[in-house]
Design a protein around this ligand. Structure first.
Ligand code: ATP
Length: 327
């Protein structure tokens, strides 16, 4: 996956909670790697909503669309009925339909490809005193394009697991059929697996997985499970890709319980920045950052979530210094 040749102009959304802290860590590492990017700060999120009554404006979207990618820390979505999720809006407005979430740990390496725009998050909902309904919309177009993305990734790896619940949900019969047809067309070895079995197998034997494709809510839930399996939410990066735009963010949320303490793990954000460099066609710098991250983990230069006693800044500095040495 890359957009080689594009101008490297990045919308920088620090966001809420630990977002600004982990983004500062990622920026330090990008600078040490000599990434040479132009950053365009864009303030979005709950903090801004509390201050101004608006979490995101049309002008912000226009500005973001002048950039080729977005690097985002984290945004709080409060349980306030007046507040509309900024992340959902960004995913829909920029049509970021493919959420790519790689998970790695010693002897573990698999990728979750999550459909990002429809399914349970289609926004077709009704809530009243007597009844509440959320419509699970699965379309041919939505399933085909995520299946294509997953097969493109699986074709360079080993195999694809199509995760579904088609024994109960008619909407998943369509999703499964399209994924199977696409995998056959790509000549990618594949299997299908019920989501409950996938949840179980991830815990029992995560090594059996390579590339997994699934609908929106299943991907949301299994990603957090996968993060727990590889060591924690703070470690895991993600790319949200469309045909035109791309957004990179750690998979964790704004972690209000530790925000402002300087102890958030910056590695998910740093790895997201590395994924962005790969997207820009700079696979070598991305690989160097990943190696420096692995070195810091092996040296146990870690934040408290991984049992260490380093601050966010100390971890980012250690990774940056390692990059400078390996230059
Ligand atoms: P939000 O409402 O924004 O999703 P949340 O607290 O519900 O926030 P997460 O932010 O994903 O969800 O946090 C879940 C747990 O993981 C929290 O205990 C949090 O402290 C921890 N966590 C999340 N990100 C990190 C991180 N970067 N470093 C350390 N711990 C983290």
């Amino acid at each position: 996956m890359s957009c080689r040749g594009a101008e490297k102009r990045v919308a920088l959304v620090r966001g809420d909670g630990v977002g600004p802290e982990v983004i500062d860590g990622a920026l330090a590492v990008l600078e040490a790697a000599g990434a040479g990017l132009e950053f365009v700060p864009v303030e979005l999120g709950y903090g801004r909503w509390k201050r101004t009554g608006k979490a995101i404006a049309e002008e912000d979207l226009e500005l973001i669309k002048t950039c080729h990618s977005v690097l985002l820390g984290a945004i709080t979505t409060p349980p306030d009925p007046e507040y509309r999720s900024v992340l959902l809006r960004l995913r829909q407005e920029l049509d970021l339909y493919a959420n790519i979430r790689p998970f790695s740990a010693p002897e573990l390496d698999f990728v979750i490809v999550r459909e990002n725009t429809e399914g349970m998050y289609s926004g077709v909902e009704k809530l009243d005193e007597e009844e509440a309904t959320t419509l699970r919309v699965i379309t041919y177009r939505g399933s085909l394009r995520i299946a294509e993305r997953a097969c493109a990734i699986a074709s360079k790896r080993q195999r694809l697991t199509i995760v579904h619940k088609s024994n109960v949900l008619k909407s998943d019969r369509l999703f499964l059929k399209i994924c199977e047809e696409t995998a056959r067309r790509w000549d990618v070895p594949f299997e299908s697996m019920l989501v409950d079995a996938a949840a179980y197998n991830l815990v029992i034997n995560p090594k059996r997985f390579d590339v997994m494709v699934m609908t929106n809510l299943f991907g949301d839930i299994l990603s957090d499970e996968a993060a727990g399996i590889v060591g924690g939410l703070g470690l895991c990066p993600s790319a949200n890709l469309g045909d035109k735009y791309a957004l990179f963010e750690p998979i964790h949320g704004s972690a209000p319980d530790i925000a402002g303490k300087g102890i958030a793990n910056p590695i998910g954000a740093i790895r997201s920045a590395a994924m962005m460099l790969e997207w820009f066609g700079d696979a070598e710098k991305a690989r160097m950052i990943e190696e420096a991250v692995e070195w810091s983990l092996a040296q146990k230069v870690t934040t408290p979530d991984l049992g260490g006693c380093c601050s966010t800044k100390e971890v980012a500095e250690a990774i940056s210094k390692r990059l400078a040495w390996s230059d």
